[in-house]
Design a protein around this ligand. Structure first.
Ligand SMILES: [Zn+2]
Length: 388
């Protein structure tokens, strides 16, 4: 999701999507022009607007607090957080993988609504003895946070309640895939029900709330569907090791090699699109055809492969025994979709986009065949791929 970075808290980037500006303006406007004047009379327009704008900022800060709740518990459970993005439908904490145990999954999911509920209760308690416009604004802020906590507890993936439901199923049956499947299906149905309720409200002459419910329901429905699809592809890929899809013993190229020499040599004679780069026998990076295309023909004779290579720190490194599903999750966040495979410090293979495309196609075919024959897909028997 696109967004501009507004802060970095404990190493986690907080990004804001443009849609938040629109939503923020709407919230501030409805607070200043309707909600606050109706709650308490006798203030000037400027005062209502000041309270409305401050409450809107506090609302988004509380949303960040909610996502920080998920994030900090995730980090404690060993799951990295890529960042937090605020967008049209609230906040998203981007975790780099799913948690290892149902216990962790449940804690991560519950932490967000817990933060919102605590903020809500504290704000309401403070609002009771607070008089005037400040008291009314605090009351709204408390109420909206409690509403946020409650709404997020709906058992519909991708919402927190759906993740809690998934974690409980997982813990009960010990089958993560089956739990994700069931929870996503429920999310899909609840999303559909929200859309219908929203349409009904619009038809009965409802206001903006009906449209909003249709949009949120639609989003939940689509996200649940995407989660289900991801789980269906992810499951067979968990039983396949990286060593089964990598191209073993990739041809290496010395860092001192001139680009012209490299084009006439390895690139011309070989059939690969990327090559590990070595210096003194040690792998230091990766060079791809794409990078060479970017070099002006005149400059090719005085540029070395080493100058152009992607440094090893920026290349995805994976072990041969890791499941392909983990690698795909990692690659999904990168622009360059290739990885080097190291076994105890030794380069043993390379995984290219074509290896992955082929694997996903084969898994799809196997899944289809096994549906027809009604027996489990023999996913372990996929031969390693060496063609590019
Ligand atoms: Zn949440």
């Amino acid at each position: 999701m696109n967004g501009f970075v507004i802060a970095k808290i404990r190493g986690i980037e907080i990004r804001v999507n443009w849609s938040v500006v629109v939503i923020g303006a709407l919230v501030a406007w409805s607070l200043a022009e309707n909600i606050l004047p109706e709650a308490i009379e006798g203030y000037r327009t400027g005062e209502y607007w000041t309270a409305g704008v401050l409450a809107t900022i506090a609302f988004f800060a509380a949303l960040v607090g909610h996502e920080m709740g998920h994030s900090l518990v995730a980090i404690k459970a060993g799951v990295n957080v890529e960042g937090i993005t605020l967008w049209l439908f609230g906040g998203v904490a981007e975790l780099d993988r799913s948690p290892d145990s149902p216990r962790d999954a449940l804690r991560i999911a519950a932490a967000g609504p817990a933060v919102s509920a605590v903020i809500g209760v504290v704000a309401l308690l403070v609002s009771i003895p607070t008089a005037g416009l400040i008291g009314s604004t605090l009351a709204w802020f408390g109420f909206i946070n409690l509403l946020l906590a409650a709404f997020n507890l709906l058992p519909a993936i991708p919402m927190d309640g759906g993740r809690i439901y998934q974690a409980r199923l997982w813990s009960k049956n010990g089958n993560e895939h089956e739990a994700t499947r069931k929870a996503s299906q429920l999310g899909h149905r609840i999303g559909g029900a929200m859309v219908m309720l929203g349409v009904l409200e619009v038809l009965l002459g409802g206001t903006i709330g009906g449209f909003w419910l249709v949009m949120v329901g639609w989003f939940v429905r689509e996200a649940a569907r995407a989660e289900l699809q991801h789980a269906e592809v992810d499951q067979p890929l968990r039983s396949i090791a990286v060593s089964q899809v990598m191209s073993p013993d990739p041809v290496r190229v010395g860092a001192e090699t001139m680009i012209t020499e490299f084009i006439l040599g390895s690139l011309h004679r070989g059939r690969h699109a990327s090559y590990p780069v070595t210096r003194g026998g040690i792998v230091t990076g990766l060079i791809t055809i794409r990078q060479i295309q970017d070099v002006e023909p005149d400059a090719r004779s005085d540029t070395t492969v080493g100058q152009l290579a992607i440094p090893l720190d920026d290349v995805v490194i994976v072990e041969p025994d890791s499941p392909v599903s983990d690698l795909l999750n990692e690659l999904g966040r990168r622009q360059d979709r290739r990885a080097l495979v190291f076994d105890q410090g030794e380069l043993v293979g390379i995984v290219s986009p074509s290896d992955i495309t082929r694997l996903i196609t084969v898994v799809g075919l196997l899944g289809h065949e096994s549906d027809q024959a009604n027996h489990p897909a023999p996913t372990k028997e996929i031969p390693p791929c060496s063609t590019k």
